[in-house]
Design a protein around this ligand. Structure first.
Ligand SMILES: *[C@@H]1O[C@H](CO)[C@@H](O)[C@H](O)[C@H]1NC(C)=O
Ligand SMILES: *[C@@H]1O[C@H](CO)[C@@H](O)[C@H](O)[C@H]1NC(C)=O
Ligand SMILES: *[C@@H]1O[C@H](CO)[C@@H](O)[C@H](O)[C@H]1NC(C)=O
Length: 183
């Protein structure tokens, strides 16, 4: 029973990942309570220092308003959780970091710079860090002196998630081994 449940869980995770990889807009996957960089980069540098930048979420909440190059407004839902990089604006880099990710942050995000007629949409998905069966499998592997698994931190959320899905597959194999040997 437990084994079937685990299989179903991993099948679900892998399905979700492959859908995310092929759909437009581009999907970024972050972990709950972790942070993620949401890129918004124009090919051309900004013509002016006094840019207006508008970031919006799925509910049209103000993720970030930059007016004349200065942070103007952030919705209370995102207060103290959104960081932008003013030094990067002139290079056409309007990316933000969202910290302390919540499941509710999942959804589409729009980044718009009207003066440059520049607008992009991306999709953020916030997921749990590691399912319990895998954490348990990791502990068991440790106890028997087998190599310890760890989720490595990549350059971005997607990289990390891809790696962790690979890790999850390895975890599943280990979980399976121990499940069988414990019968
Ligand atoms: C944009 O700025 C962020 C923060 O400094 C940085 O991490 C990212 O690599 C930059 N992106 C580009 C394309 O320069
Ligand atoms: C994982 O271990 C915890 C205790 O460390 C236990 O409560 C939980 O039931 C275990 N889960 C599975 C799927 O074995
Ligand atoms: C496994 O053991 C190492 C030390 O040998 C420890 O640092 C690590 O936290 C352990 N991992 C788990 C999941 O117990």
């Amino acid at each position: 029973m437990l084994f079937l449940w685990t299989l179903a869980l991993f099948a679900a995770i892998n399905t979700v990942t492959s859908v995310g990889a092929t759909s437009t807009p581009k999907t970024y996957v972050g972990y709950k309570d972790d942070w993620i960089l949401l890129p918004c980069v124009s090919l051309e540098p900004a013509a002016s220092e006094s840019l207006n930048i508008f970031w919006r979420d799925k509910d049209d909440k103000v993720v970030l308003d930059v007016i004349n190059g200065k942070t103007d407004k952030i919705d209370p839902f995102f207060t103290n959780r959104v960081v932008s990089f003013p030094d990067e604006y002139k290079k056409g880099n309007f990316s933000i970091v969202i910290r302390q990710l919540k499941f509710l942050d999942t959804g589409p995000y729009d980044c718009e710079v009207p003066q440059m007629s520049f607008q992009i949409r991306l999709f953020l998905r916030v997921v749990d860090r590691i399912p319990t069966p895998c954490a348990n499998a990791t502990k068991k592997a440790n106890a028997t002196g087998k190599p310890v698994l760890a989720v490595t931190e990549g350059a971005n959320g997607v990289g990390r998630y891809t790696q962790s899905v690979t890790m999850l597959s390895i975890c599943l194999a280990i979980f399976f081994l121990f499940y069988n040997s414990s019968i």
